[in-house]
Ligand binder design. Structure first.
Ligand code: NDP
Length: 402
């Protein structure tokens, strides 16, 4: 029987909801490109209810306990001394760990080494960089065992595509809100004011601007498609070029690198995974090559940009705005400089955890667990690491250092 250890974010501060803003969700059964949304054999939750917080339990308890498995759910995940977090205490005999980018239980090499039974790490969402993929690969077969001689974690899987459109919508919202100076103008209303000049002093039209994405995968391409009707000039960089017909349809300009693209853009949106090639990409040097007054939107991963370089660029006027929902570490400490830097439109990590997205990533997590527990293959597109190597989506989108 398996022990499944699930780390989720805390319930709402007023407790788990009993009423909801809307009665239903649109039914979406295919993603752009035709792949189906998750297809578990059954689900035990109501779409539209919170599933990503502790009491939601990703809708997994009945399913797992009826089969005789154990489910432990906690939000207590920080590394600390003494008795340690609930996550650290429960980890040594867990077979499966489920975590989320929004509230990541960092699976460091030390934790992987301590998790003697761990065979599968599932990301209930997209982006498995909170799992040390080098260590997962080393411990999954083929590589050297951990320092204590234990071979463990063999598979890393995520629910590919489950919240890509959710994030793309967030990027469009943040782009418009920065360029049009929405948040400060809304604050004027909340403060009882009416100074139009204060509101419009930093307000522009997006129309005609050059907008570029670093990566044109599921999210990046969805952002390009959603922004095209705004009559902007679209740019992208990616490791692989998009089909010529897509470039023609959207009027895209391709650049071989982010460094080549950045100086041409009024708005840059980052939609690449965090891995050794992208870590620290937007530092002082690259930011200095951007147009003065450019906007940078990052919903990918915080460490793709240099935290302090972004703050300097905003204070110095090189960037006119920065927005995103990804921080390092998460949760961000109260004194994180991005909370107080000027001209930002940050949210906590929420773009991929709308109630709509939660229904998909909960169903996808269940689908992965059903496959794994039944000994049938996990969908290839969900795989990041399998048997000691990058696999499936992981082989396409990630790289490792070893
Ligand atoms: P995809 O795998 O569909 O796309 C990633 C793209 O990044 C691929 O086209 C890949 O290129 C490209 N890429 C990888 N490395 C580089 C590089 N060095 N330079 C340029 N392009 C590169 O992923 P998604 O679009 O679904 O998600 C992207 C990222 O967004 C995730 O990895 C995750 O970190 C983040 N995310 C954030 C969420 C949030 O809630 N804020 C939710 C979901 C995802 P190619 O395949 O051509 O090699």
């Amino acid at each position: 029987m398996a022990k499944v250890l699930c780390v989720l974010y805390d319930d709402p501060t007023d407790g788990y909801p009993t009423t909801y803003a809307r009665d239903d969700l649109p039914v979406i059964d295919h993603y752009p490109g035709g792949r189906t949304t998750p297809t578990p054999k059954a689900t035990d939750f109501t779409p539209g209810h919170p599933l990503g917080s502790v009491s939601g339990e990703l809708g997994l308890r009945r399913f797992l306990e009826e089969r005789g498995h154990t489910l432990v759910v906690t939000s207590d995940k920080e590394v600390r001394g003494g008795a340690g977090s609930v996550f650290d205490r429960e980890l040594p005999d867990a077979d499966v760990v489920i975590s989320q980018p929004f509230w990541p239980a960092y699976l460091t090499p030390e934790r992987i080494a301590a998790a003697k039974n761990l065979k599968l790490a599932i990301t209930a969402g997209i982006g498995s960089d909170h799992v040390d993929l080098d260590a997962a690969i080393a411990h999954g077969g083929g590589g050297p065992p951990c320092s204590n001689g234990v071979e463990s974690l063999g598979e890393v899987a995520e629910v590919t595509y489950c919240n890509s459109i959710s994030v793309a919508e967030h990027v469009v919202m943040m782009t418009l809100s920065l360029v049009r100076n929405y948040l400060p103008s809304h604050q004027v209303v909340l403060d009882g004011g009416w100074n139009i000049a204060d509101c419009v002093a930093r307000s522009y039209d997006l129309e005609g601007m050059h907008v570029g994405t670093v990566a044109a995968g599921r999210i990046g391409l969805a952002v390009l498609r959603r922004l095209a009707p705004f009559d902007v000039k679209l740019h992208y960089t990616d490791r692989h070029r998009l089909p010529a017909e897509v470039e023609r349809e959207l009027g895209l300009t391709f650049h071989a690198t982010a460094a080549e693209m950045a100086p041409h853009c009024d708005v840059v949106t980052i939609n690449a995974p965090l891995h050794p090639e992208t870590e620290g990409l937007f530092g002082d040097e690259l930011l200095a090559t951007m147009k003065r007054g450019a906007y940078l939107i990052n919903t990918a991963r915080a460490r793709i940009v240099d935290r302090d370089a972004v703050e300097r660029a905003l204070r110095g006027g090189q960037l006119a705005g920065y927005a995103g929902d990804v921080w390092y570490p998460q949760p961000a400490p109260a004194d994180h400089p991005w909370r107080t830097m000027p001209h930002h439109g940050m949210t906590p990590h929420i773009s991929g955890s709308s109630l709509s997205a939660q229904a998909r990533y909960a169903a996808g997590t269940r689908e992965i667990l059903e496959s794994w527990l039944d000994g049938t293959p996990i969908r290839d597109e969900y795989l990041i690491v399998d048997g000691g190597a990058l696999a499936g989506t992981g082989a396409h989108s990630y790289s490792v250092t070893r």
